[in-house]
Design a protein around this ligand. Sequence first.
Ligand code: AMP
Length: 518
Amino acid sequence: MPKSTIPIGIDLGTTFSVVAYLDSTGRPCTITNAEGDLITPSVVLLDGASSVVGKEAVKAAGMEPEKIADFAKRDMGSMFYSKKVGGEQLPPEVIQSLILEKLRKDAELKLGPIDRAVVTVPAFFNEPRRKATQDAAQLAGLQILDIINEPTAAAIAFGYQVGFLDEKGQARQKETILVYDLGGGTFDVTVMVIDGTDFTALATGGDVFLGGVDWDRRLAEHIGNKFRDKHHGFDPRQDASGNQRLLKEAEDTKRALSAREQVTVSFEHVGQGIRLPITRVEFEEMTADLLERTRFTIKSVLKEAKLQWTDITRLLLVGGSSRMPMVQRMLEEESGLKVDRSLSPDEAVAHGAALYAGLLIAREEVQPDDAPAKKPAMTVKNVSSHDLGVLSKDPATGRSMNSIIIPRNTVLPVTKGKRFRTAKQGQKTVVINVIEGGDSAGRNSTPIGRCTIHGLPPDLAPGMIVEVFFTYSENGRLKVEGRLPELKRKAMLSIERASGMNDDKLNEWGEKLKASRQ
Ligand code: AMP
């Protein structure tokens, strides 16, 4: 099969996913799915060996909730998806790969065979979640050109929209933008400088457990409580199907409240019903703490970037949940700026991913030796989103200690080394526990895995130096290497990951999924 020359950009969202490509003029365009829609619900119905993804799965959710997998993005980086689906406990990568496969196949209807893609991830995704995303793409039969942070993609889409450069080829006014990205399941804030075609992230922060679905749940709780009170304890939430329909009703109500001041909810369950007027003010009161969490994150990101609101020239809103009027109001109150809603909140991230894919392909293209050196079409610099540390025991107190090797918000790529010494005579291995995030004792951190240095010379005297180098590449993925400086050679190093799929599991699932496609 000839290799497709058109790569795609995929915004793999918690609730919705979007695919874009660059047309022959280099303009990003959203690809409609097989149902004719621009966005595809990130919902999978699993029925034995077969699966249905998107709108049809959503329709079935109320009837067969036990076969439905949704919000799987939130579980990326965990061993298993949060509940059994169709009686089976599945890795979240497998669910995400089924969504990616549907997106790929639908895009192929328009573009022909596709095998290369850029997939976006929240800037705040930690390393295991990034790896899991890449693994899901591999399972879906995609060669991943790269993963890119969602706010960076949005900034690229914005830069493209306003025209990176003016007619004279000069950078348009340098902008320091704050990207506020509130999606269906995740929240990200990134401060970036756009200078012509150079995109540089200064600081990033977020919450992978905060998104539109949390607003839905609050509203569902409210409607559910009123229903239960009216019907003497009869509660639709006790039944999986009732709960699923209640959540859907809550989401519809939330969307309606973005356009109207008051909405009357009608909800029926097993012959009983309720009609309940809800005002926007009430809705905003019951979700005020969620909005407050986003305000808190913005403040800390600005602090990390060492900036004040007066340094910010533009507030860019992305993510479907940024349509809620309370978001806009809070941001304008907080910043004194008018928010910029010029981007399509649903499509911007996929468009930025497609533009980035175009850049990567252009970089790959071989230039003849005598061709004048071309300036890259754009440069993109990101920062790390979590502290990278090594967990050890304080010899004096015996307590756990987190030694930070690469602090968060370090410009990527970065390599930092740390020296360790063998402790015992004849020691054969050195084991290092690598973590991301957490406090000074390593509490609330994400274990990345255990690195074992082996192949040390026999009868080694204690105190031998083992140097370990930690590299975050531009996309936030981690590589670890070891050296034995006294022996002037590389150390043998293996990593046992604390979560996600190892190569064997990945191959096993790859074969399984391939067989089910035939
Ligand atoms: P995204 O992941 O960016 O596609 O965002 C999806 C989220 O945006 C879901 O939680 C939707 O309920 C939410 N959303 C979409 N449109 C609106 C709207 N008009 N008002 C409030 N929330 C919305």
